[in-house]
Write a protein of this length. Structure first.
Length: 184
C-alpha cells in the first residue's frame, strides 16, 4: 500500500442524533446547492484511519467545525516547522476535554490523545493569551500526560508527517468552506 493511501484524516459532520452517520466535509462540498443533509456545524468528528485500521470507530463529537479548522491550520504550520502541535476538542461543556498531540519524529508524526489538567482544560492551543501556557505544560509534563481512558485511545500512532500536515491544511480549508455553506 502506498504511503498516501495508508492515511485517512478527514473531518466529518453528523446530525443532531448520536446514531447519525458522519458525512465527510468533502462529500458535503461536492453536493449540489440545496442538497445538504441535516448535519450540524457543532457536531464535527474525525475520520481517522491508518493502514485500513479505523482509529475512531465511534464518531464522538469534537465540536464546532470552524474552530477545529483554525486549529488544524495552526497544527499544520507547527508540524512543518518541526514543532509539536495540539488540537483541542472544540466542545466546552465537558468536565474533561480531549486533545490530540502531534509530535514530529523524523519523517513521521506520532499522534496521541491526552486530557489537559483541570486548570488548562478550557485553553485552546491557538489562544494568544494562554495557548503558549498549554504548550509549555505539555513540553514540561509530556511523560505525565493522561490519556482520555476510553477503549479507543489513540496513543503513539505513527503517520507520515508530510501527509498529516497536508491533511490538516486540506481539512482546515474544507472546514472554512463548510462553515460558510451551512450559514448560507
Amino acid at each position: 500500500m502506498s504511503r498516501s493511501r495508508s492515511l485517512r484524516f478527514e473531518l466529518a459532520l453528523t446530525g443532531r442524533h448520536e446514531d447519525d452517520a458522519p458525512v465527510a466535509l468533502v462529500d458535503l462540498l461536492d453536493r449540489p446547492a440545496g442538497d445538504v443533509p441535516p448535519v450540524s456545524a457543532d457536531n464535527a468528528t474525525l475520520l481517522f484511519e491508518v493502514g485500513g485500521v479505523d482509529l475512531m470507530p465511534h464518531h464522538w463529537v469534537l465540536g464546532d467545525v470552524a474552530v477545529l479548522g483554525v486549529q488544524f491550520r495552526a497544527a499544520a504550520s507547527r508540524l512543518r516547522a518541526g514543532d509539536p502541535a495540539i488540537v483541542r476538542s472544540a466542545v466546552d461543556g465537558r468536565d474533561e476535554v480531549t486533545s490530540f498531540l502531534f509530535e514530529p519524529a523524523g519523517t513521521d508524526a506520532v499522534v496521541s490523545q491526552f486530557l489537559a489538567p483541570r486548570e488548562l482544560r478550557f485553553v485552546y492551543p491557538t489562544s494568544p493569551a494562554r495557548g503558549p501556557e498549554l504548550y509549555e505544560y505539555v513540553r514540561e509534563h509530556r511523560d505525565e500526560l493522561r490519556p482520555p481512558g476510553t477503549a479507543h485511545d489513540i496513543a503513539g500512532v505513527r503517520v507520515p508527517l508530510d501527509e498529516l500536515a497536508d491533511a490538516l491544511d486540506r481539512e482546515a480549508e474544507r472546514a472554512a468552506r463548510v462553515a460558510t455553506l451551512l450559514r448560507s
